[in-house]
Design a protein around this ligand. Structure first.
Ligand code: PLP
Length: 221
């Protein structure tokens, strides 16, 4: 095991303990490896994770396109329709489906694609997601297009601290139950306890496992 492998094993144990203390059972940790090298993906896999989360299409292709991947790749960034084609051979779950045009493109390029519908349960423009009230229609549209809709995903607010996310997480979980879907992807490093308390089945964790990232604004994309 490399030093990074050992570090990630330790940090993953800490994350799992945080989930346990928040009352979580059967909560999957999706390690978010964006901006980190492929060695971060391998460290997560060696620590027992079966998939990684990535945000940027170009980075996904450059980092994971040419290698054998005995692990899943969840796309968790804002998804442009013109990027679906390049992602299709690599991505195993699209977590940020938030509009009908994206459903159409996925159905065309990746028939039967496994997806989550992203919910914007808060007023922060530019972060993606459809309004909670539009979720049932978009889920129906995706199912009609033959996509495999596993559940819902949301990103909590960046301001107001973890408690500010509780209402959003609760509403998303209630919608999940109403639609009888199974995967509820919510909670990140700073608010995973609240997400677990409100019924997350998957938390997406980056910095708690791999350390701080450079600010997104510093990355040319
Ligand atoms: C970057 C990112 C994460 C991980 O964030 P951390 O705060 O580093 O845990 C989770 N979900 C999404 C959608 C992200 O973009």
């Amino acid at each position: 095991m490399s030093a990074l492998d050992e570090l990630v094993v330790e940090r993953l144990a800490v994350v799992r303990e945080r989930i346990r203390r928040a009352g979580g059972v059967d909560v999957t940790v999706l390690p978010v490896t964006k901006t980190f090298g492929v060695e971060a993906c391998w460290a997560a896999v060696h620590a027992g994770c079966t998939a990684v989360g990535e945000n940027y299409a170009q980075e996904v292709v450059a980092k994971l396109g040419g290698i054998e991947r005995p692990f899943g790749v969840h796309f968790i960034g804002q998804l442009q329709t013109n990027k679906v084609r390049m992602l299709a051979p690599i991505v195993t779950l699209y977590e940020t489906v938030d509009r009908a045009s994206l459903v159409t493109e996925l159905a065309k390029r990746v028939p039967g694609a496994r997806v989550l519908v992203q919910v914007a349960a808060l007023d922060e423009p530019g972060k993606g997601g459809c309004a909670l009230s539009e979720v049932p229609q978009l889920v129906t549209t995706a199912l009609d297009a033959g996509l495999d809709v596993l559940g819902l995903m949301t990103v909590g607010p960046t301001v107001g601290g973890p408690e500010a996310a509780r209402e959003c997480f609760r509403a998303v979980r209630a919608m999940l139950d109403r639609l009888q879907l199974s995967v509820c992807s919510m909670g990140m490093t700073h608010d995973l306890e609240v997400a677990v308390q409100e019924g997350a089945t998957q938390v997406r964790v980056g910095s708690a496992l791999f350390g701080e990232r450079p600010p997104a604004s510093a990355l040319a994309r």
